[in-house]
Design a protein around this ligand. Sequence first.
Ligand code: GLU
Length: 327
Amino acid sequence: MANQTHLGDLEVVSSPFLTVLNDLYSKYKTLNEGTLANYIPELTKVNPELFSICLVTVDGHTHEVGDYQQLFTIQSISKVFTYGLALEDHGRDYILTRVGVEPTGDAFNAIMLDEQSKRPYNPMVNAGAIATTSLIKGSGPTERLNRVLEMFQRYTGHDAFVDISVFTSERSTGHRNRAMAHLMLNFGMIDKNIEEALDLYFQQCAVMVNCQDLAVMAATLANKGTNPITGEQAVDSRYIKDILSVMYTCGMYNFAGEWAYTVGIPAKSGVCGGIMAVVPHKMGIGVFSPLLDVRGNSVRGVKVCEELSQQLGLHLFECSTNESRSG
Ligand code: GLU
């Protein structure tokens, strides 16, 4: 059963995975702590009961439980993918002049830049993500949006769409993000057309995905950038280590250090209630449950990932055996 599952042997573990997922689903279905994100008005309309967990291995096996086909907007998880696209467009050296790789320990929406360099701290906080998105190449807003949608399509294996209500809702209320863009404009860190950059940022955040998509996207990152279901290369493999490094150190808001310590795998969460986690060379994990803790992470999502990591021995620095892990 679950305690025999070890990831060295992917072909023998498909049924134990499902048992583990079913057990975690039943255990945490009754946990109803947390609140819906409400600073984007449309997000308050989401059903707080929704819950799903999905694993996709790098050899394309899928294991899922709960509302895994329920669509939601990807929000902050999108930052991972536009960072990859910006790296492909400009290369690592240039992107580093525009966005740092330093965790902040502050909230995702803090209005601050590095004192010395005036760069946003990293691409996983809003300022860094807006700067990253502003660097996506294209002849105009439509081409840039299409490139972002095509990128999501490579990761998920199907067409990508923007939820217009959520996009409009954030666009008309996103004054903090607008303030960050102005601050970066003030220091010459972002192109002067900030409304266009913000639109694209709000659009990428409003791309619709389900829990299965999150797991496939994570599995694509785990699989050196190749989607394990379609076989398509979604991102140049040379940027995987950049993407996973910033996810590992900065992906879980101001919980990133504790997450690295307890769960120990690169991950990104979003105020939609999604968490996407990557077990390099092995699998991708998606969890969706919209009730959030004070830092903006899904309450059930964090619990599920902590236990999954423990039970399956996923922590990147794990050296102990199944029997000795619990202490
Ligand atoms: N669109 C959201 C914002 O910029 C994303 C935040 C998040 O998911 O952390 O505020």
